[in-house]
Design a protein around this ligand. Structure first.
Ligand SMILES: Nc1ncnc2c1ncn2[C@@H]1O[C@H](COP(=O)(O)OP(=O)(O)OP(=O)(O)O)[C@@H](O)[C@H]1O
Length: 280
């Protein structure tokens, strides 16, 4: 077990409904690091994240900021570890501002009104995810992407040292995905440890560390640009990726090893000639 880590886990087994979902996982997340967790559907990524947050019982030792998670007082751990779940049910009748303020609950005394610092943290988080303009609107009246930015702001408003996010890019358009990337990098620069489950492999390949899961096990953990990491990705995704480099970034493109010939009479995409590329 690594001690000077923001979050570390030595998990022997996690069972749900009599089935073993996770087995033999050792993972250590340092401060000032962004780690992405990837793997095929059903690999156990969300289950792992929930176990790390202490939301599922497991045969495991999990340490948060050097202390066993079970020994933390719940409000203190909720200040140290923030969580953004997948398809979270949220109080739809609350305004976006009120939802983000929920992230400040662990900082507030029982039944005490929010402090000036709480309001400042909420405003900061909402500006950061660009959802301040609809702060008065109920969550129910927001689009999927707008709602996701509010929930991300709620997680940021906690101002925790460890941030766990399950599919944070769901519903986000490319500019807001780029904003998310900027936020995560800024958090890591500030010393926050970020762990995110991502289906967007091209985003995950930009993380500091990549954890590749398959069949309830951790198959690889390390920086994303190495041959060992690429081998693990190919194995996890049935050798159906093209891993290519563009402007110094690795990209993973879905790849059909046995492409079918185009159907007769089907539509064709013709390459543009140079003069046709110019647009006004
Ligand atoms: N409550 C449950 N009871 C029994 N099995 C479960 C339960 N929740 C999840 N599982 C199973 O555990 C396995 C891992 O699920 P998990 O949601 O962690 O996968 P994932 O890697 O996040 O998948 P995806 O990419 O599809 O979101 C799956 O086979 C799933 O069917």
């Amino acid at each position: 077990m690594t001690t000077n880590m923001a979050l570390s886990a030595a998990l022997q087994s996690l069972r749900l409904q009599d089935a073993e979902i996770l087995r033999d996982i050792e993972l250590a997340l340092p401060a000032a690091c962004w780690m992405a967790v990837v793997g095929p559907n059903g690999a156990g990524k969300s289950t792992l994240l929930r176990a790390l947050a202490g939301l599922l019982p497991a045969r495991a030792r999990i340490d948060l900021l050097g202390r066993e998670l079970q020994r933390w007082e719940p409000r203190a751990s909720a200040r140290a570890l923030a969580w953004l779940g997948q398809n979270e049910a949220s109080a739809d009748e609350l305004s976006a501002y009120e939802v983000v303020m929920l992230g400040r609950l662990p900082h507030q005394a029982w039944l005490a009104p929010p402090s000036a610092q709480d309001h400042e943290a909420v405003a900061r988080a909402m500006h950061r995810t660009q959802c301040w303009d609809w702060r008065e609107r109920p969550l129910a009246r927001l689009s999927g992407g707008e709602r996701q930015r509010v929930l991300l702001a709620r997680a940021l408003a906690v101002e925790a040292q460890v941030l766990l996010m399950d599919e944070p890019l769901a519903h986000l358009d490319p500019p807001h995905q780029a904003d998310w990337l900027q936020i995560v990098r800024e958090l890591a620069r500030q010393g926050v440890a970020v762990l995110s489950v991502l289906h967007e492999l091209n985003m995950a390949l930009q993380a500091d560390q990549l954890a590749v899961m398959q069949g309830g096990r951790l198959r690889h953990l390390g920086p994303p640009g190495t041959p060992a990491c690429h081998q693990a990705l190919q194995a996890a995704f049935e050798q159906r990726l093209h891993l290519v480099q563009l402007d110094g970034h690795w990209l993973a493109l879905p790849f059909d090893p046995a492409p079918r010939p185009p159907a007769e009479g089907g539509a064709q995409i013709l390459p543009l000639r140079g003069s046709q590329r110019a647009t006004r």
